[in-house]
Design a protein around this ligand. Sequence first.
Ligand code: GLU
Length: 327
Amino acid sequence: MTAADGAALRYVGRFAPSPTGPLHAGSLVAALASWLDARAHHGSWLVRIEDVDTPRCVPGADEVILQQLATCGLLPDAPAQWQSRRGERYHQALDQLVVKGHAYPCACSRKDIENVHAARGHARERHAALPYPGTCRHGLQGRAARSWRFNATDFKPKQPPALIHKAQAATNLIANSIVHWQDRRLGAQQQNVADTVGDFVLRRADGLWAYQLAVVVDDADQGITDVVRGEDLADNTPRQILLQQALGLPTPRYLHTPLVCGDNGEKLSKQNGARALDLTEPLQALASAAQVLGLPALPAEHPHPQGLPDALAYWVTAWRRNYNGAP
Ligand code: GLU
């Protein structure tokens, strides 16, 4: 059974910011969307501070984010959780993957990976991550382990029943490394993880836990039935589905929200200098976020929403209409 099968009875959503700075206009869209979806389902909404990548975290940003959410009336139904306190759980999950033969140690540095690609004559697109070439998949050959990787190359994802039927009819074979998933906004999606990213990192050379492992363990431990987050994270979903399957965990439903673009047309992010939100008028900031989500503007005349709670309730109703929120 997937987590989604139980969603008609139970809904648990979450907002999972990385505390690399205060919320910006783009992260508020994701926060509002996940909150609205939870409320539209009469479910609960959790906040998880994703602070595993400690070099990128800004001290105090976690508290600022929680305060900004509160100012916007987006209050979690349970105390926030911090990933930096959950290393033991990530360790257990890695051990489980190693025992099952789904994870292996890797001795390669970034430079080693680049050299293999250069030797194979692969051109590198600017900023594109290079798929891991599999150097250590069958052993370290005397080199010292640096990181741990998931063996995506040899893992066969579960195929959706409709597809199995088709594949059997056509070839009588289901030799398929492609992960298929259904996004509630983007529709049917697929990715061949082995070809696109290769065997991906679970624990980094600096000892830090990788986002992919931490997010999967936490979503499962917190009983998350619905992940609602920015579209920039959509291409991480297949890696997370593979990990869920390898660890025997349920797969939540996914909805990836539209992104906010800066003046240069690029996605707004803390990395490209997005400014912190001005929350002196939280209703205005929320109205901009609601607009990005395709929700209607607040009516100017009667019944004019009186303050934040009214406005949020108005958008919950609109959200339910747009995204089939109510089960
Ligand atoms: N921590 C991630 C971010 O701030 C979001 C992860 C997620 O929602 O799965 O970009």
